[in-house]
Design a protein around this ligand. Sequence first.
Ligand code: GLN
Length: 283
Amino acid sequence: MITLENALNQGRAVLKEKGITDWDLDAWYLLSYYFQVNRTQFIMHSQKEITEEQLNFYLELIQKRSKHIPLQYITGEQEFMGLKFRVTEDVLIPRQDTEILVEEVLKVSGGKDILDLCTGSGCIIISLSKLGNIKSGVGVDISPKALEIARENAGKLQADVTFIESDIYTQVRGKYDIIISNPPYIPTQDIAVLMEEVKDHEPVLALDGSTDGLYFYKNIIHDINLYLKPDGYVFFEIGYNQADAVSELLREAGITEIKVKKDLAGLNRVISGRLKKTQEPFT
Ligand code: GLN
């Protein structure tokens, strides 16, 4: 007879042997996902009999993880801001650090028209639409495959968001109260040294910020006056060492009230600012 506990032990052994850092936790997550059990249920039913077919299916998931496929691409889901998002290898897996960006925007989002550039899975704009009492939300991405996932997420979560296929602003019309982006910001040459999970499985399009990592910030900020209303806010997620460079770009574009917010690890993670009110002509 094979039990749930036997399955977990086999899963743990395989992942440990293959050198997966979080082997213990990952074997548990996949068990919990496949058999739909939480910790308490597992403790109560660890001796429950499972079929050989079930065991093999679980071990197939374990095999995938042993090849460094991220857990989230195996289960097809990631929680973000308390909401469940579908993810595939066409979108970046939403990160906990990005919740800091959303939380900052939530402080001012009420009644606002919001534009989210490089939306990926749509996690940022969908969360704001669900939690931020916003007036309207638009998500933009260059990848049609990412937009398919974003639209699916909005549908499932019943979020009223419009998605547009566009290379940054090319298809964007009108002006917004808030522009946000967590763009690809890793310098091209740094991608090769990232974890296998990231560099071999997450879309390079969602990671690569060109040689200096600043490609998207430069382009978004360059034309921001055309798409941001006077007094409007801009929020970016940034790499740990990009605060100075992005501040400078913002300042040059007439953005004031520039603030940097750290993540839980104490690294600079979110930068925000506000477009100056246009000066009324003196009469
Ligand atoms: N905006 C999405 C996210 O934060 C995608 C980001 C990206 O693809 N660089 O998850």
